[in-house]
Design a protein around this ligand. Structure first.
Ligand SMILES: *Cc1c(COP(=O)(O)O)cnc(C)c1O
Length: 468
Protein backbone atom coordinates (compact mmCIF):
# COMPACT_ATOMS: atom_id res chain seq x y z
CA UNK A 1 0.00 0.00 0.00
CA UNK A 2 1.41 3.39 -1.01
CA UNK A 3 1.83 6.20 1.46
CA UNK A 4 -1.00 8.15 -0.21
CA UNK A 5 -3.38 5.22 -0.05
CA UNK A 6 -2.76 4.63 3.61
CA UNK A 7 -3.23 8.29 4.30
CA UNK A 8 -6.55 8.34 2.47
CA UNK A 9 -7.65 5.25 4.31
CA UNK A 10 -7.02 6.93 7.63
CA UNK A 11 -9.59 9.63 6.76
CA UNK A 12 -12.67 8.67 8.79
CA UNK A 13 -15.89 7.63 7.06
CA UNK A 14 -18.70 10.18 6.81
CA UNK A 15 -21.02 7.87 8.75
CA UNK A 16 -18.57 7.62 11.62
CA UNK A 17 -18.32 11.40 11.88
CA UNK A 18 -22.09 11.81 11.75
CA UNK A 19 -22.48 9.38 14.62
CA UNK A 20 -19.86 11.14 16.68
CA UNK A 21 -21.49 14.51 16.06
CA UNK A 22 -24.90 13.41 17.33
CA UNK A 23 -27.77 15.90 17.12
CA UNK A 24 -26.67 19.11 15.43
CA UNK A 25 -29.95 21.01 15.06
CA UNK A 26 -29.43 21.21 11.30
CA UNK A 27 -31.09 19.07 8.59
CA UNK A 28 -29.11 15.88 7.93
CA UNK A 29 -28.30 16.60 4.27
CA UNK A 30 -26.85 19.94 5.33
CA UNK A 31 -24.60 18.24 7.87
CA UNK A 32 -23.63 15.46 5.45
CA UNK A 33 -22.63 17.96 2.79
CA UNK A 34 -20.54 19.92 5.26
CA UNK A 35 -18.82 16.80 6.59
CA UNK A 36 -18.06 15.62 3.04
CA UNK A 37 -16.53 18.97 2.19
CA UNK A 38 -14.42 19.04 5.34
CA UNK A 39 -13.20 15.49 4.78
CA UNK A 40 -12.43 16.26 1.14
CA UNK A 41 -10.29 19.11 2.40
CA UNK A 42 -8.16 16.60 4.32
CA UNK A 43 -7.27 14.73 1.12
CA UNK A 44 -5.03 17.54 -0.05
CA UNK A 45 -3.02 17.80 3.19
CA UNK A 46 0.20 15.96 4.13
CA UNK A 47 -1.08 14.38 7.27
CA UNK A 48 -4.50 13.35 8.49
CA UNK A 49 -5.14 14.87 11.93
CA UNK A 50 -6.47 12.70 14.77
CA UNK A 51 -10.22 12.11 14.94
CA UNK A 52 -10.92 14.48 17.81
CA UNK A 53 -9.17 17.29 15.92
CA UNK A 54 -11.23 16.56 12.82
CA UNK A 55 -14.37 16.53 14.92
CA UNK A 56 -13.51 19.83 16.57
CA UNK A 57 -12.96 21.42 13.19
CA UNK A 58 -16.25 20.09 11.85
CA UNK A 59 -18.10 21.24 14.97
CA UNK A 60 -16.64 24.70 14.50
CA UNK A 61 -17.78 24.75 10.86
CA UNK A 62 -21.26 23.60 11.95
CA UNK A 63 -21.41 26.36 14.56
CA UNK A 64 -20.56 28.87 11.86
CA UNK A 65 -23.21 27.47 9.57
CA UNK A 66 -25.86 27.45 12.32
CA UNK A 67 -24.99 31.04 13.17
CA UNK A 68 -25.47 32.10 9.55
CA UNK A 69 -29.11 31.04 9.51
CA UNK A 70 -31.35 34.13 9.43
CA UNK A 71 -32.48 34.48 13.04
CA UNK A 72 -33.66 37.07 15.56
CA UNK A 73 -30.87 39.25 16.93
CA UNK A 74 -30.82 41.64 19.89
CA UNK A 75 -29.74 45.03 18.55
CA UNK A 76 -27.65 46.94 21.08
CA UNK A 77 -26.02 49.18 18.47
CA UNK A 78 -28.43 52.07 18.96
CA UNK A 79 -28.97 52.19 15.18
CA UNK A 80 -32.72 52.04 14.73
CA UNK A 81 -33.05 51.24 11.04
CA UNK A 82 -30.01 48.97 10.85
CA UNK A 83 -29.78 47.69 7.30
CA UNK A 84 -27.56 44.77 8.28
CA UNK A 85 -29.96 43.80 11.05
CA UNK A 86 -33.10 43.75 8.91
CA UNK A 87 -34.10 47.42 9.17
CA UNK A 88 -37.43 48.03 10.94
CA UNK A 89 -38.88 45.46 13.31
CA UNK A 90 -42.66 45.11 13.09
CA UNK A 91 -45.14 45.72 15.90
CA UNK A 92 -47.61 43.23 17.43
CA UNK A 93 -50.57 44.17 15.21
CA UNK A 94 -48.54 43.65 12.05
CA UNK A 95 -47.09 40.40 13.37
CA UNK A 96 -50.61 39.16 14.07
CA UNK A 97 -51.64 40.05 10.53
CA UNK A 98 -48.66 38.17 9.13
CA UNK A 99 -49.45 35.03 11.13
CA UNK A 100 -53.10 35.04 10.05
CA UNK A 101 -52.37 35.73 6.41
CA UNK A 102 -49.62 33.15 6.22
CA UNK A 103 -51.76 30.34 7.61
CA UNK A 104 -54.95 30.96 5.63
CA UNK A 105 -56.36 31.61 2.20
CA UNK A 106 -57.29 35.21 1.58
CA UNK A 107 -59.04 37.53 -0.86
CA UNK A 108 -55.82 38.81 -2.42
CA UNK A 109 -57.35 38.94 -5.92
CA UNK A 110 -60.90 37.93 -5.17
CA UNK A 111 -64.01 40.09 -5.03
CA UNK A 112 -65.92 38.63 -2.09
CA UNK A 113 -69.18 40.46 -2.85
CA UNK A 114 -69.25 39.45 -6.50
CA UNK A 115 -67.72 36.01 -6.01
CA UNK A 116 -65.24 36.51 -8.83
CA UNK A 117 -61.75 37.63 -9.64
CA UNK A 118 -61.02 41.05 -8.15
CA UNK A 119 -58.32 43.69 -8.07
CA UNK A 120 -55.14 43.29 -6.07
CA UNK A 121 -54.57 45.41 -2.97
CA UNK A 122 -57.11 48.09 -3.94
CA UNK A 123 -57.91 48.87 -0.32
CA UNK A 124 -54.25 49.23 0.59
CA UNK A 125 -53.54 51.49 -2.40
CA UNK A 126 -56.46 53.70 -1.48
CA UNK A 127 -55.28 54.04 2.10
CA UNK A 128 -51.68 54.64 1.06
CA UNK A 129 -52.90 57.49 -1.13
CA UNK A 130 -54.96 58.84 1.75
CA UNK A 131 -51.98 58.69 4.10
CA UNK A 132 -49.64 60.35 1.58
CA UNK A 133 -52.32 62.89 0.64
CA UNK A 134 -51.84 61.79 -2.96
CA UNK A 135 -54.29 61.18 -5.78
CA UNK A 136 -53.15 57.58 -6.03
CA UNK A 137 -50.53 55.16 -4.76
CA UNK A 138 -49.20 51.70 -5.37
CA UNK A 139 -46.47 49.49 -4.02
CA UNK A 140 -43.65 47.24 -5.26
CA UNK A 141 -40.91 45.21 -3.59
CA UNK A 142 -38.62 48.04 -2.49
CA UNK A 143 -37.74 51.62 -3.24
CA UNK A 144 -35.06 50.61 -5.75
CA UNK A 145 -37.70 48.65 -7.69
CA UNK A 146 -40.07 51.60 -7.48
CA UNK A 147 -37.47 53.91 -8.99
CA UNK A 148 -36.58 51.44 -11.76
CA UNK A 149 -40.26 51.06 -12.61
CA UNK A 150 -40.83 54.82 -12.72
CA UNK A 151 -37.76 55.32 -14.91
CA UNK A 152 -38.76 52.53 -17.27
CA UNK A 153 -42.08 54.19 -17.74
CA UNK A 154 -41.08 57.84 -17.96
CA UNK A 155 -37.65 57.67 -19.60
CA UNK A 156 -38.20 55.76 -22.81
CA UNK A 157 -37.55 55.96 -26.54
CA UNK A 158 -36.65 59.40 -27.80
CA UNK A 159 -37.30 60.89 -24.40
CA UNK A 160 -35.06 58.81 -22.20
CA UNK A 161 -33.02 61.55 -20.54
CA UNK A 162 -33.29 62.01 -16.81
CA UNK A 163 -32.33 65.46 -15.54
CA UNK A 164 -30.59 65.12 -12.19
CA UNK A 165 -28.34 67.38 -10.11
CA UNK A 166 -24.69 66.27 -9.77
CA UNK A 167 -25.13 66.75 -6.03
CA UNK A 168 -27.62 63.88 -5.99
CA UNK A 169 -25.63 61.24 -7.87
CA UNK A 170 -25.41 59.20 -4.70
CA UNK A 171 -24.70 55.68 -3.59
CA UNK A 172 -26.99 54.40 -0.87
CA UNK A 173 -25.88 51.39 1.11
CA UNK A 174 -24.48 48.43 -0.79
CA UNK A 175 -25.13 48.30 -4.50
CA UNK A 176 -27.63 51.12 -4.92
CA UNK A 177 -25.95 53.75 -7.07
CA UNK A 178 -28.22 56.21 -8.77
CA UNK A 179 -26.23 56.37 -12.06
CA UNK A 180 -26.23 52.58 -12.30
CA UNK A 181 -29.93 52.30 -11.54
CA UNK A 182 -30.58 54.79 -14.32
CA UNK A 183 -28.42 52.87 -16.75
CA UNK A 184 -30.05 49.57 -15.88
CA UNK A 185 -33.45 51.16 -16.45
CA UNK A 186 -32.49 52.21 -19.96
CA UNK A 187 -32.44 55.86 -19.00
CA UNK A 188 -29.81 58.38 -20.03
CA UNK A 189 -28.41 60.52 -17.26
CA UNK A 190 -28.38 64.26 -17.93
CA UNK A 191 -26.33 65.65 -15.06
CA UNK A 192 -26.78 69.29 -14.19
CA UNK A 193 -24.92 71.70 -11.93
CA UNK A 194 -21.93 70.79 -9.82
CA UNK A 195 -21.48 68.64 -6.75
CA UNK A 196 -22.24 71.47 -4.35
CA UNK A 197 -24.20 73.97 -6.44
CA UNK A 198 -27.04 73.52 -8.85
CA UNK A 199 -29.22 76.42 -9.98
CA UNK A 200 -32.63 76.50 -11.57
CA UNK A 201 -30.89 77.74 -14.70
CA UNK A 202 -28.86 74.55 -14.83
CA UNK A 203 -32.08 72.55 -14.87
CA UNK A 204 -33.62 74.90 -17.42
CA UNK A 205 -30.71 74.59 -19.83
CA UNK A 206 -30.79 70.81 -19.66
CA UNK A 207 -34.38 70.53 -20.85
CA UNK A 208 -34.59 69.34 -24.45
CA UNK A 209 -36.90 67.25 -26.64
CA UNK A 210 -34.96 64.25 -25.33
CA UNK A 211 -35.93 64.91 -21.69
CA UNK A 212 -38.13 62.31 -20.05
CA UNK A 213 -38.34 63.63 -16.49
CA UNK A 214 -36.72 65.70 -13.80
CA UNK A 215 -35.54 63.60 -10.87
CA UNK A 216 -34.65 64.59 -7.34
CA UNK A 217 -32.96 62.09 -5.07
CA UNK A 218 -32.78 62.41 -1.31
CA UNK A 219 -29.10 62.40 -0.37
CA UNK A 220 -29.94 60.01 2.45
CA UNK A 221 -26.66 58.87 3.91
CA UNK A 222 -24.58 62.00 3.57
CA UNK A 223 -25.00 65.72 3.88
CA UNK A 224 -23.36 68.76 2.41
CA UNK A 225 -22.44 71.87 4.26
CA UNK A 226 -20.86 75.22 3.39
CA UNK A 227 -20.95 76.59 -0.16
CA UNK A 228 -24.06 74.68 -1.13
CA UNK A 229 -27.07 75.63 -3.20
CA UNK A 230 -29.97 74.00 -4.94
CA UNK A 231 -33.30 75.42 -6.09
CA UNK A 232 -36.38 74.77 -3.99
CA UNK A 233 -38.69 71.91 -4.88
CA UNK A 234 -41.38 74.48 -5.73
CA UNK A 235 -39.18 76.19 -8.33
CA UNK A 236 -38.15 72.93 -9.97
CA UNK A 237 -41.82 71.93 -9.97
CA UNK A 238 -42.73 75.18 -11.74
CA UNK A 239 -40.10 74.53 -14.37
CA UNK A 240 -41.26 70.95 -14.83
CA UNK A 241 -44.83 72.10 -15.30
CA UNK A 242 -43.77 74.77 -17.80
CA UNK A 243 -41.81 72.20 -19.81
CA UNK A 244 -44.52 69.54 -19.41
CA UNK A 245 -42.07 67.15 -17.81
CA UNK A 246 -42.95 64.84 -14.92
CA UNK A 247 -41.12 65.70 -11.70
CA UNK A 248 -40.19 62.70 -9.59
CA UNK A 249 -38.55 62.54 -6.16
CA UNK A 250 -36.90 59.48 -4.64
CA UNK A 251 -37.34 60.20 -0.94
CA UNK A 252 -35.69 57.05 0.36
CA UNK A 253 -36.88 56.99 3.92
CA UNK A 254 -40.47 58.07 3.77
CA UNK A 255 -41.03 59.46 7.25
CA UNK A 256 -44.75 59.79 7.98
CA UNK A 257 -44.32 61.91 11.08
CA UNK A 258 -42.60 65.20 11.98
CA UNK A 259 -39.24 63.77 13.03
CA UNK A 260 -37.96 67.20 14.13
CA UNK A 261 -40.14 66.92 17.24
CA UNK A 262 -37.62 64.48 18.66
CA UNK A 263 -34.63 66.02 20.44
CA UNK A 264 -31.50 65.64 18.33
CA UNK A 265 -33.40 64.70 15.18
CA UNK A 266 -33.73 66.87 12.11
CA UNK A 267 -36.68 67.27 9.85
CA UNK A 268 -37.04 64.45 7.35
CA UNK A 269 -39.17 65.40 4.34
CA UNK A 270 -42.47 63.52 4.24
CA UNK A 271 -44.19 62.30 1.07
CA UNK A 272 -47.12 64.60 1.91
CA UNK A 273 -45.08 67.79 1.99
CA UNK A 274 -43.08 66.88 -1.11
CA UNK A 275 -46.25 66.25 -3.11
CA UNK A 276 -47.73 69.47 -1.80
CA UNK A 277 -44.68 71.31 -3.10
CA UNK A 278 -45.40 70.16 -6.61
CA UNK A 279 -43.62 66.83 -7.09
CA UNK A 280 -45.72 64.60 -9.39
CA UNK A 281 -44.54 61.24 -8.10
CA UNK A 282 -42.61 60.18 -5.01
CA UNK A 283 -41.16 56.83 -4.06
CA UNK A 284 -39.90 55.70 -0.67
CA UNK A 285 -39.11 52.58 1.35
CA UNK A 286 -41.65 50.83 3.56
CA UNK A 287 -39.07 49.54 6.02
CA UNK A 288 -37.04 52.63 6.86
CA UNK A 289 -38.62 55.36 8.97
CA UNK A 290 -42.12 54.31 7.96
CA UNK A 291 -41.38 51.25 10.08
CA UNK A 292 -43.29 48.73 7.98
CA UNK A 293 -42.29 45.70 5.89
CA UNK A 294 -39.83 45.93 3.01
CA UNK A 295 -41.67 47.71 0.23
CA UNK A 296 -41.37 50.55 -2.25
CA UNK A 297 -44.29 52.93 -2.21
CA UNK A 298 -45.09 55.06 -5.27
CA UNK A 299 -47.51 57.93 -4.70
CA UNK A 300 -48.67 60.98 -6.62
CA UNK A 301 -50.65 61.89 -9.71
CA UNK A 302 -53.32 59.30 -10.53
CA UNK A 303 -52.49 59.34 -14.24
CA UNK A 304 -48.84 58.52 -13.59
CA UNK A 305 -49.52 55.87 -10.94
CA UNK A 306 -51.99 54.11 -13.23
CA UNK A 307 -49.54 54.22 -16.11
CA UNK A 308 -46.69 52.89 -13.99
CA UNK A 309 -48.91 50.01 -12.88
CA UNK A 310 -49.53 49.11 -16.52
CA UNK A 311 -45.82 48.61 -17.18
CA UNK A 312 -45.14 44.91 -17.87
CA UNK A 313 -42.29 45.20 -15.36
CA UNK A 314 -44.75 45.96 -12.58
CA UNK A 315 -45.77 42.29 -12.58
CA UNK A 316 -42.19 41.25 -11.89
CA UNK A 317 -41.81 43.66 -8.99
CA UNK A 318 -45.13 43.26 -7.24
CA UNK A 319 -45.35 42.36 -3.56
CA UNK A 320 -46.73 39.14 -2.16
CA UNK A 321 -49.72 38.72 0.15
CA UNK A 322 -47.62 38.84 3.32
CA UNK A 323 -46.01 42.16 2.49
CA UNK A 324 -49.26 43.65 1.22
CA UNK A 325 -51.17 42.68 4.35
CA UNK A 326 -48.37 43.80 6.68
CA UNK A 327 -48.29 47.15 4.90
CA UNK A 328 -52.07 47.35 5.01
CA UNK A 329 -52.00 47.05 8.80
CA UNK A 330 -49.10 49.52 9.09
CA UNK A 331 -50.98 52.11 7.04
CA UNK A 332 -54.16 51.55 9.07
CA UNK A 333 -52.18 52.13 12.26
CA UNK A 334 -50.90 55.44 10.92
CA UNK A 335 -54.36 56.51 9.78
CA UNK A 336 -55.87 55.53 13.13
CA UNK A 337 -53.17 57.45 14.99
CA UNK A 338 -53.44 60.62 12.94
CA UNK A 339 -54.23 63.64 15.06
CA UNK A 340 -52.90 62.12 18.27
CA UNK A 341 -50.79 64.33 20.45
CA UNK A 342 -47.75 62.11 20.59
CA UNK A 343 -45.64 61.99 17.46
CA UNK A 344 -46.14 58.30 17.07
CA UNK A 345 -49.81 58.60 17.95
CA UNK A 346 -51.63 55.35 18.32
CA UNK A 347 -49.40 53.89 15.66
CA UNK A 348 -47.51 51.10 17.34
CA UNK A 349 -44.61 51.36 14.95
CA UNK A 350 -41.57 50.09 16.87
CA UNK A 351 -38.95 52.36 15.27
CA UNK A 352 -40.99 55.41 16.18
CA UNK A 353 -41.67 54.21 19.70
CA UNK A 354 -37.95 53.59 20.15
CA UNK A 355 -37.21 57.09 18.93
CA UNK A 356 -39.67 58.59 21.36
CA UNK A 357 -38.96 56.67 24.54
CA UNK A 358 -37.42 58.87 27.25
CA UNK A 359 -33.91 58.50 28.57
CA UNK A 360 -35.33 58.29 32.12
CA UNK A 361 -37.14 55.15 31.13
CA UNK A 362 -34.03 53.75 29.47
CA UNK A 363 -31.89 54.62 32.51
CA UNK A 364 -34.25 52.75 34.80
CA UNK A 365 -33.97 49.66 32.61
CA UNK A 366 -30.21 50.08 32.53
CA UNK A 367 -30.05 50.18 36.33
CA UNK A 368 -32.12 47.01 36.55
CA UNK A 369 -29.82 45.25 34.12
CA UNK A 370 -26.73 46.38 36.01
CA UNK A 371 -28.30 45.21 39.30
CA UNK A 372 -28.99 41.81 37.77
CA UNK A 373 -25.31 41.51 36.83
CA UNK A 374 -24.09 42.00 40.41
CA UNK A 375 -21.47 39.50 41.51
CA UNK A 376 -20.29 38.69 38.00
CA UNK A 377 -16.64 39.24 37.07
CA UNK A 378 -17.16 42.52 35.25
CA UNK A 379 -17.57 46.22 35.79
CA UNK A 380 -21.05 47.27 34.79
CA UNK A 381 -22.62 50.70 34.76
CA UNK A 382 -25.17 52.87 33.06
CA UNK A 383 -23.78 55.49 30.69
CA UNK A 384 -24.57 57.64 27.70
CA UNK A 385 -25.40 56.27 24.29
CA UNK A 386 -25.72 57.90 20.91
CA UNK A 387 -28.57 56.39 18.96
CA UNK A 388 -28.85 56.98 15.23
CA UNK A 389 -31.60 56.49 12.72
CA UNK A 390 -29.49 54.52 10.25
CA UNK A 391 -30.69 53.03 6.98
CA UNK A 392 -29.30 56.05 5.16
CA UNK A 393 -31.68 58.35 6.99
CA UNK A 394 -30.81 61.61 8.74
CA UNK A 395 -27.05 60.94 8.98
CA UNK A 396 -26.55 64.10 11.03
CA UNK A 397 -29.10 63.25 13.68
CA UNK A 398 -27.83 61.73 16.90
CA UNK A 399 -30.41 60.86 19.52
CA UNK A 400 -29.06 61.09 23.07
CA UNK A 401 -29.56 57.65 24.54
CA UNK A 402 -28.62 55.35 27.40
CA UNK A 403 -26.20 52.44 27.22
CA UNK A 404 -25.12 49.70 29.56
CA UNK A 405 -21.31 49.86 29.78
CA UNK A 406 -19.51 46.61 30.40
CA UNK A 407 -15.85 45.78 31.05
CA UNK A 408 -15.16 42.12 31.82
CA UNK A 409 -12.45 41.58 34.43
CA UNK A 410 -10.61 38.71 32.78
CA UNK A 411 -11.77 38.64 29.21
CA UNK A 412 -10.70 40.88 26.35
CA UNK A 413 -13.42 43.22 25.09
CA UNK A 414 -13.17 41.82 21.57
CA UNK A 415 -13.62 38.28 22.78
CA UNK A 416 -16.52 39.30 24.98
CA UNK A 417 -18.17 40.95 21.97
CA UNK A 418 -17.71 37.79 19.89
CA UNK A 419 -19.22 35.64 22.62
CA UNK A 420 -22.27 37.87 22.82
CA UNK A 421 -22.67 37.93 19.04
CA UNK A 422 -22.55 34.14 18.93
CA UNK A 423 -24.93 33.73 21.89
CA UNK A 424 -28.46 32.38 21.52
CA UNK A 425 -30.04 34.78 20.75
CA UNK A 426 -27.12 36.81 19.42
CA UNK A 427 -26.53 40.18 21.09
CA UNK A 428 -24.82 42.87 18.99
CA UNK A 429 -23.25 45.85 20.72
CA UNK A 430 -20.20 48.02 20.10
CA UNK A 431 -16.88 48.89 21.68
CA UNK A 432 -16.15 52.50 22.50
CA UNK A 433 -13.67 54.18 24.84
CA UNK A 434 -12.48 50.88 26.26
CA UNK A 435 -15.93 49.60 27.06
CA UNK A 436 -18.42 47.26 25.52
CA UNK A 437 -21.69 49.13 25.11
CA UNK A 438 -25.28 48.08 24.63
CA UNK A 439 -27.57 50.95 23.67
CA UNK A 440 -30.94 50.32 25.29
CA UNK A 441 -32.92 52.39 22.80
CA UNK A 442 -32.84 49.61 20.22
CA UNK A 443 -33.28 46.77 22.71
CA UNK A 444 -36.90 45.88 23.46
CA UNK A 445 -37.73 45.87 27.20
CA UNK A 446 -38.87 42.25 26.80
CA UNK A 447 -35.28 41.39 25.81
CA UNK A 448 -33.62 42.75 28.96
CA UNK A 449 -33.66 39.36 30.70
CA UNK A 450 -32.18 37.69 27.64
CA UNK A 451 -29.41 40.27 27.58
CA UNK A 452 -28.57 39.54 31.22
CA UNK A 453 -28.55 35.80 30.50
CA UNK A 454 -26.32 36.24 27.45
CA UNK A 455 -23.83 38.33 29.45
CA UNK A 456 -23.81 35.75 32.25
CA UNK A 457 -23.11 32.94 29.76
CA UNK A 458 -20.46 34.94 27.92
CA UNK A 459 -18.53 35.41 31.16
CA UNK A 460 -18.67 31.72 32.01
CA UNK A 461 -15.93 29.27 30.98
CA UNK A 462 -14.47 29.04 27.56
CA UNK A 463 -17.12 28.49 24.94
CA UNK A 464 -17.26 25.35 22.85
CA UNK A 465 -15.30 25.74 19.64
CA UNK A 466 -13.51 28.86 20.84
CA UNK A 467 -9.78 29.10 20.41
CA UNK A 468 -7.83 29.36 23.68
C1 LIG B 1 -32.66 53.54 0.90
C2 LIG B 1 -32.88 54.29 -0.35
C3 LIG B 1 -33.23 53.60 -1.52
C4 LIG B 1 -33.35 52.11 -1.56
O1 LIG B 1 -34.49 51.69 -0.89
P1 LIG B 1 -34.82 50.12 -0.80
O2 LIG B 1 -36.21 50.09 -0.26
O3 LIG B 1 -33.79 49.52 0.06
O4 LIG B 1 -34.75 49.59 -2.19
C5 LIG B 1 -33.45 54.35 -2.66
N1 LIG B 1 -33.33 55.68 -2.65
C6 LIG B 1 -32.99 56.37 -1.57
C7 LIG B 1 -32.85 57.87 -1.65
C8 LIG B 1 -32.76 55.69 -0.36
O5 LIG B 1 -32.42 56.37 0.75
Amino acid sequence: MSHTESRLRSIPAVERILQALGETGLPRPVVVSLVRRELAGLRGGDKVPPLDEILAQIRGALDGLRLSRIQPVINGTGILVHTNLGRSPLGPEVVKTLAEMAANYNNLEYDLAGGERGGRAGYLERNLALLCEAEAATVVNNCAAALVLILRHLATGERNEVILSRGELVQIGGGFRIPEILEASGAQLREVGTTNKTSLKDYEQAVSPRSGLILKVHRSNFFMDGFVESPSTERIADLARKCELPFVEDLGSGAMVPTEQIPGVEHEPTPMEVLRRGVDLVCFSGDKLMGGPQAGVIAGKAKLVTAVKREPFFRALRCDKLILSALQTTVELYLAGAGEKSMTGAASVPVLQMLEVSNDELRLRGENIVAALAGLPLEAGVGDGNAQIGGGTLPRSVVPSVAVNLVPKSLALEKFAVRLRTAAPPVVGYISEGRFKLDLRTIFPRQDDEVVRAIRTALANRQPGEAG
